[in-house]
Design a protein around this ligand. Structure first.
Ligand code: SF4
Length: 672
């Protein structure tokens, strides 16, 4: 059994996990209902979609038109930033105009720092969002030693500042979100709890307890971070703490902050949001992409839609002993087999089983490049580690960095049995173990499902030093069933590495990325998985070009999932804010420019933030930051430290690259 750092959080045998109804049967967490205008939230109401405008709040017509686009794209709540009293006041004009045009969608005012703006907005719109990290609190980035008495005095000061808003919300029937952001915790919280999920939870609870004392319960809670692992742990811990303190089960607003754009943004959002939805947590979703805000709602809806018919899935055996600490990441302990498991990064298996591999160029999209002169292979950061060719072995010798996996029957008659590895089903594996030469001496892949798991298999896997298990499922509650299998392995102390295999015959494009990221990423955030395999065997009829394109997309999706779950950094990570009325430059264009110049750098995290007010906090774990501080003025950061102030926008990207060069982390892009 793993050693839990926080004994009070250890799930008991009677109640395997404290953060959800069930780890094996899909069941949405029951919450109180929070009325928000004409769209109530929580309990049995559908999981709601929402997003935030990016236009200046003082631009009334622009805000109205953007809101309408978002509503028509599926948003059920519209959030609008109100950084000061004048924007809060203008919410009235925006609201009137929307209502005049027949749109009754509830509006949410987004507040940072300014109680005056919040108190005004709470009289106008249906909901206010406050950030407990900076409500009535200017951040001074100080580490302060608090005694219990001085900490309590600080809470009293906050209470005095916060009470007027609670009273206005009660009077006007306005809801409130207490929305913690990992990147903007107060000095008080950081000093006592550090930059941790527990600190995030405490940050919200301090404000929530004041609301509870005032008998005000129209509250929604969120725990956002740009790191999906931190975000998942914080939401789980929040639910556990609400229960432990006897507080009401408030609805949850789910989101990953600064997720970025395109495929990376979608995958990162799904790893965080999807993982929680799988366990029945979440009552409203906002996906934050650095794209036009109306593009966010369909992504959120696709994530949510997956659960509409989830209940009634095939039954999964209960977990009696849960060996995973859901509040703190620990990778499942495994032995090293070839380059799987142990301390190796999770591996990616590209699936070309439906594509005859006949020429070198076919491997280019999965990161392996053949250079006729000087007759060598090169590999980029998205180079697959293994290639499954099934029953059609590649007709040429693969590069060193790419090993081939064949179906067992084909491997048995292969001329080269040393450099190719067999894939066996469970019963063939058990039968072949005793036969001389029946298995590869170093590495064998054995596919299994929870239903195939037996004592005989368990004992074979315990002894065998040369096996990598490949787990798959047909259950619609896939992540939970696969997790159940991992739990079985941990409880039986079986240390073979495991590859998670998923196939999505009915989903392509965005939904494939989202669902694969949820299922594989949801396991990775709990330390489960030594490899990712997106199978192509159940795809509908496709032309050979389409099949190749699909297999290649799968490869980049698999790498994206490993990166989003923070288990294998293979590319530059962009932590870009979704932009809002405070944004000081064109975020989409700037992100595209920075990406174009830097996306060959491996494992560097670059924050691109629209404003100085929240930007530095929101990009908490970025290595470098590009932050708007005024019109045409950018500050550049190394970590949380400003290095170059007030650089003109024209020179800022060059200066950013100079900064990376100074740190010795730059290399020139290679031409292919
Ligand atoms: S960092 Fe600033 S500009 Fe970007 S979304 Fe947050 S508040 Fe808006």
């Amino acid at each position: 059994m793993l050693d839990f750092a926080t004994p009070s959080l250890v799930p008991s045998a009677e109640k395997p996990a404290l953060y959800c109804n069930s780890l094996t049967g899909y069941s949405r967490r029951k919450t109180i209902t929070v009325p928000i205008g004409n769209v109530p939230l929580g309990s049995d109401y559908p999981i709601r979609v929402q997003s935030m405008t990016t236009i200046d709040t003082m631009n009334t017509l622009g805000s109205v038109e953007q809101s309408i686009k978002m509503i028509e794209a599926g948003c059920e709540y519209i959030r609008i930033t109100a950084p000061s009293v004048k924007e809060a006041q203008n919410l009235e004009n925006i609201r009137k105009e929307l209502r005049a045009r027949g749109y009754t969608t509830p509006l949410v005012a987004d507040i940072h720092f300014t109680p005056n703006a919040a108190e005004l907005a709470a009289r106008i719109v249906e909901k206010v969002r406050i950030n407990p990290g900076n409500y009535a609190d200017r951040k001074r980035f100080e580490v302060i030693e608090y005694t219990d008495a001085s900490y309590a005095a600080e809470l009293e000061r906050i209470r005095a500042k916060f009470l007027p808003l609670i009273r206005i919300c009660k009077e006007y029937g306005t809801a409130m979100r207490i929305g913690t952001n990992h990147g903007s915790l107060s000095d008080r919280i950081l000093s006592r709890y550090g930059d941790t999920p527990l600190g995030m939870v405490e940050s919200a609870l301090e404000f929530l307890r004041i609301c509870d004392d005032e008998n005000y319960h129209s509250i929604v809670l969120s725990m956002k971070s740009s790191n999906p692992q931190v975000m998942v742990e914080a939401y789980r811990l929040l639910v556990q703490r609400l229960d432990a303190e006897g507080l009401k089960p408030y609805p949850l607003h789910l989101g990953v902050t600064e997720a970025g754009e395109a495929e990376d943004g979608r995958i990162k959002s799904a790893v965080g949001i999807g993982t929680l939805l799988e366990d029945g947590l979440g009552d409203t979703v906002r996906v934050s992409l650095t794209e036009d805000p109306e593009l966010e709602a369909p992504v959120a809806q696709a994530l949510i839609d997956r659960y509409a018919k989830r209940a009634g899935h095939s039954q999964i055996p209960e977990i009696r002993q849960y060996p995973i600490n859901p509040y703190q990441y620990t990778r499942r302990k495994t032995r090293e087999v070839a380059n799987f498991g142990g301390v190796n990064v999770p591996r990616v298996i590209a699936d070309y089983s439906e594509i005859p591999v006949t020429h070198h160029e076919q491997l280019r999209p999965i990161g392996h490049f053949y250079l006729p002169v000087p007759d060598k292979w090169r590999m980029n950061d998205l180079g697959a580690d293994y290639l499954y060719t099934g029953s059609q072995p590649a007709s040429f010798m693969l590069p060193n960095g790419l090993k081939e996996i064949l179906d067992y029957s084909v491997w048995l008659s292969a001329t080269d049995q040393v450099h190719k590895f067999p894939l066996l089903d469970t019963s063939t594996y058990l039968n072949s173990r005793q036969k001389p030469g029946g298995l590869h001496p170093l590495l064998n892949f054995v596919v299994t499902q929870l239903g195939d798991f037996s004592d005989e298999l368990a004992s074979a896997l315990s002894e065998d030093q040369h096996v990598v298990l490949v787990v798959r499922t047909e259950n619609t509650h896939a992540m939970a069933e696969l997790r159940r299998l991992y739990v079985e392995l941990i409880n039986r102390e079986i240390f073979c590495p495991v590859v998670t295999l998923r196939s999505f015959p009915d989903s392509q494009g965005d939904s494939l990325q989202l669902y694969a990221a949820t299922d594989i990423g949801g396991l990775l955030v709990d330390g489960l998985g030594d490899g990712a395999w997106l199978a192509t065997d159940q795809l509908p009829d496709l032309s050979s070009e389409e099949r190749l394109a699909t297999a290649n997309r799968y490869n980049s999706t698999a790498f994206g999932i490993l990166q989003a779950a923070r288990t294998r950094m293979s590319k530059t990570e962009y932590i870009s804010c979704p932009s809002c009325g405070r944004t000081l430059f064109d975020l989409q264009e700037t992100t595209a420019t920075i990406r174009k110049r830097t996306d060959h750098l491996k494992g560097i995290k670059i924050g691109i933030m629209g404003c100085i007010v929240n930007g530095p906090g929101e990009m908490a774990d970025a290595d470098y930051g590009y932050v708007g501080i005024g019109k045409d003025k950018i500050s550049l950061y190394r970590g949380q430290q400003v290095i170059k102030k007030s650089v003109t926008a024209e020179h800022a990207v060059d200066e950013l690259i100079e900064l990376i060069k100074e740190d010795g982390r730059w290399n020139e892009p290679e031409s292919e």
